[in-house]
Design a binder for this molecule. Structure first.
Ligand code: FES
Length: 166
């Protein structure tokens, strides 16, 4: 049974029309797959290679080059939380924010909480220095945040996630 569903294949196919070659749709396709599964399952590599006329090794090369992508052993939580650690955020307490959230969630940067709610990571400048210190939750930037405000935000998200079956 294929890992990539028909709708996912179609979404990938749609990307191929935006580029000069099918192969050039590889990165957006990997994003779509990770969005769907919270990782890129090994079985998806061959299917994607087939779909984009690539060798599986070429897909794997790209996949493993970027720390952004996760394998099935290290899937993302429902919410991926990036805490900025670049200078403007650091000067405004970003380091304490990251440390505090690590302690609050009982994880190290890069790890996912056992309930699958959060993956906590550090990021370089998120391009929102005016919000320093800030963090990104999936695609949404929040800031400026105290540790207390960040904890409340995560509590709210966890609650929302619970309502949606986390
Ligand atoms: S330094 Fe944190 S958003 Fe720019």
């Amino acid at each position: 049974m294929p890992v990539l569903s028909e709708d996912l294949r179609q979404a990938i196919e749609n990307y191929t029309h935006r580029y000069a070659t099918r192969q050039a749709a590889l990165l957006p396709a990997l994003h779509l797959i990770q969005d769907r599964f919270r990782c890129v399952p090994a079985a998806a590599i061959e299917e994607l290679a087939d779909l984009l006329d690539l060798h599986p090794a070429q897909v794997y090369d790209t996949l493993s080059f970027y720390g952004f992508f996760r394998d099935a052993e290290h899937p993302l939580g429902k919410f991926r939380v990036w805490v900025c650690r670049s200078l403007p955020c650091m000067l405004r307490g970003g380091e304490d924010l990251l440390d505090g959230l690590c302690r609050y969630l009982h994880v190290e940067p890069g790890q996912t909480t056992p309930d699958g709610s959060f993956t906590l990571e550090y990021a370089e400048c998120l391009g929102a220095c005016e919000l320093a210190p800030c963090l990104l939750v999936n695609d949404e930037c929040h800031g400026p945040l105290t540790l207390e405000a960040a904890r409340q935000l995560l509590d709210q998200l966890r609650q929302q996630g619970g309502q949606h079956g986390i």
